[in-house]
Write a protein that binds this ligand. Sequence first.
Ligand SMILES: *[C@@H]1O[C@H](CO)[C@@H](O)[C@H](O)[C@H]1NC(C)=O
Ligand SMILES: *[C@@H]1O[C@H](CO)[C@@H](O)[C@H](O)[C@H]1NC(C)=O
Length: 324
Amino acid sequence: NLLLGFYLTKPTTNQLGMFVSRLFNAQPTEAETAVWNQVSAVLEEAHGILAELQSYNGAGQEIREAIQNPNDLQLQEKAWNAVCPLVAKLKRFYEFSLRLENALRSLLEALTSPPYAPMQHLEREQALAKQFAEILHFTLSFDELKMTNPAIQNDFSYYRRTISRNRLNNQQLEAENEVNNEMANRMSLFYAEATPMLKTLSNATTKFVSENKTLPIEDTTDCLSTMACVCRVMLETPEYRCRFTNTDTMLFCMRVMVGVIILYDHVHPVGAFAKTSKIDMKGCIKVLKEQPSNSVEGLLNALRYTTRHLNDDSTSKQIRALLQ
Ligand SMILES: *[C@@H]1O[C@H](CO)[C@@H](O)[C@H](O)[C@H]1NC(C)=O
Ligand SMILES: *[C@@H]1O[C@H](CO)[C@@H](O)[C@H](O)[C@H]1NC(C)=O
């Protein structure tokens, strides 16, 4: 059992290579097909969403000009016309987060359903495990882009201010049909989060374990800690780095590792940083810091600011120091 090997000892390079190539090439078995198809339809859109977010430039200039010249109606209109299609984009991203949440739910259900233990699930359902990793990879990529793009919140608050000003003047704007007040409220909660996609997923995972009372929490958290372990070992093993990989794969592993740590920390009663945690946090943080990648700082920040238990008394000084 390859995964059990991972968990207990350091696997050899060959074992690692075998596991990774199996994971990357995993085809869904018959039992996995229904869930796999559902999640696959969502993941197919993920690329497009990331590309759209990457090229999101915002309407900063138009908004600035409109605010500086409040009596120039033409400039007001220009800013409004620039912002509306952007808000439609933001709405698409937000709606995608809801579909992603459903996809995650289906995967969690499949990967924790009785009678199998979490590790058996990951062995049996590698194609689903891979999709789970892809969801996390998308999530961390999305949040990284969102975090470095202040235009998003700027555009959206301009949009909301304009709407409410017009409402005071009893003018109904056409755009309200697209994003009504209730939708705008939900979107603004979403975009107010530093890492909105991850927050959506951690909320959904927490909800999943609280709704499934008969399912031991460990079934879910073991699934997460095993994935963290696989990623850590892949990043830690120099032979693996030279032999199999390119920077995209490493970045993939880094993001998935951080994603599962954060989910674990939100779901597990004592979290990921406690001594009893099944995640080797020291090892994970160390290996993350060793990676030659521009994304490291953002991922460390995700661990610093979006986990729940880092500042608990039970977190060791050493781990705290590593994250200082
Ligand atoms: C979790 O709860 C949902 C809805 O309550 C149910 O459909 C699903 O089968 C449960 N899953 C497990 C693994 O218990
Ligand atoms: C997550 O849940 C909290 C608490 O219920 C809520 O305040 C927050 O808006 C939710 N965030 C997202 C992105 O769903």
